[in-house]
Design a protein around this ligand. Structure first.
Ligand SMILES: [Zn+2]
Length: 396
């Protein structure tokens, strides 16, 4: 029995049933596009399609006088700056552009603006100096700046031919902001802007050549490969409640203070570990001085030099690397889970029970927990603590 040319009852994901269909499609697809079609790789067609549609987003941003662009602009209206249309809503007759427009959030991650007179680019929110917007790079300053929607031109002043920035804030600068502020000023005064002429959209992967479908496809395919690191969370020999906890941390859903505040629970925003403001998941687990101390101890022990990724998710993605296959890889692979867990427990006992461990005690707790897990779940025992510590090493 067949339905739509497919054997009825066959497994949908079975490669053999796709073969005749792919052969048919391959015959029809001309030239290099065919290279992207592989058996078991249907997903790639979707990505390739997205890359092709990206070309239209690019052209919309740069071909200001083109007739087709004007038609689209009249029909849907433009967002501020005129780089893309507004969000397309409405169910009828808007299929094609609606579809193209859906690619804008991911497309816009790969563009930045070359400032002419700065009238079409937002100072804080658009990307024009450096790899991120100023709002993302300096979140604390952005929080108390006076005009969050200001364009570059509104803040760029000139007196007697000397340009300067007139960025205002709703309060004075506190001592704790000084470092960010000096970095911020260095960034904006170090940026090169023409000050005249049109603002332009630039394609980050190739500022000279501009947008290329093949570049964009490569980026999209690359980020699809970097999926969620579920194996390094759920396939480890660790207690299941710890796996669950690490999973929520990787998704950014742990109830740290920033997340509670997003749920409108108003509590003082500070880190229970280092007692400075700004508890976020990535701070608490990776960048807090307490966390750094633990990480550098472990990395030092294993003899690994390491650049800490920005996020917990990034850490889990790259932790295994080639070390997993080493003789002592079984210890290495559960270290992030154990370290995150110990930090979380300590944070909670400081928060709810008002009791604090010193750093040496916290380190000891970490090693004890690690050794207990290895014993209980992997049947690995060590004759002494020293032998155990010696196994935490890639050099032997
Ligand atoms: Zn901290």
């Amino acid at each position: 029995m067949k339905y739509l040319g497919l054997p009825l009852g066959a497994k949908f994901k079975d490669k053999t049933i796709w073969n005749p269909i792919l052969e048919k499609m391959e015959r029809r697809l001309a030239g290099w596009k065919r290279l992207y079609l592989s058996k078991g790789g249907i997903r790639k067609i979707r990505l390739f399609n997205e890359a092709l549609l990206g070309k239209w987003l690019w052209r919309f941003g740069i071909e200001e006088d083109a007739l087709w662009r004007q038609v689209i602009e009249i029909k849907y209206g433009c967002m501020w700056g005129g780089w893309c249309t507004r969000v397309v809503s409405g169910p009828y007759g808007v299929g094609l552009w609606k579809n193209i427009h859906q690619g804008w959030p991911s497309f816009s991650c790969h563009i930045l603006y070359d400032i002419g007179d700065g009238s079409r680019v937002k100072f804080w929110q658009d990307r024009w100096c450096g790899e991120t917007s100023l709002a993302v790079r300096y979140p604390d300053l952005f929080r108390f700046c006076r005009n969050k929607d200001a364009s570059v031109t509104e803040l760029l002043m000139s007196t007697n031919g000397v340009r300067f920035w007139d960025v205002r804030f709703i309060r004075g600068v506190h001592a704790r902001d000084l470092e960010a502020m000096s970095d911020f000023l260095e960034t904006i005064y170090g940026s090169s802007i023409r000050g005249l002429g049109e603002d332009k959209m630039c394609w980050i992967p190739s500022k000279v050549k501009g947008f290329l479908v093949s570049d964009y496809y490569r980026i999209l395919a690359g980020s699809a490969i970097l999926g969620f690191p579920w194996k390094s969370i759920w396939k480890q020999k660790i207690p299941s409640r710890v796996a669950f906890f690490v999973w929520t941390a990787a998704l950014g859903k742990c109830l740290t203070i920033d997340n509670l505040r997003k749920r409108k629970i108003w509590i003082l925003d500070w880190c229970y570990m280092c007692k400075r403001n700004g508890e976020s998941i990535d701070h608490l687990f990776l960048h807090c001085p307490f966390a750094s101390d633990l990480w550098s101890m472990v990395l030092g022990l294993f003899g690994v030099s390491w650049v800490m990724p920005h996020s917990v998710l990034g850490l889990l993605r790259c932790w295994q690397g080639s070390f997993g296959r080493h003789r002592n890889g079984f210890i290495w692979s559960i270290i992030p889970h154990c370290l995150l867990w110990c930090l979380w427990r300590e944070r909670n006992s400081r928060c709810f029970e008002d009791s604090e461990r010193s750093i040496p005690d916290l380190k000891l707790l970490f090693f004890r927990t690690l050794r207990d897990w290895l014993f209980a779940l992997q049947n690995k025992s060590f004759p002494s603590f020293i032998v155990f510590l010696d196994s935490c090493n890639f050099c032997t």
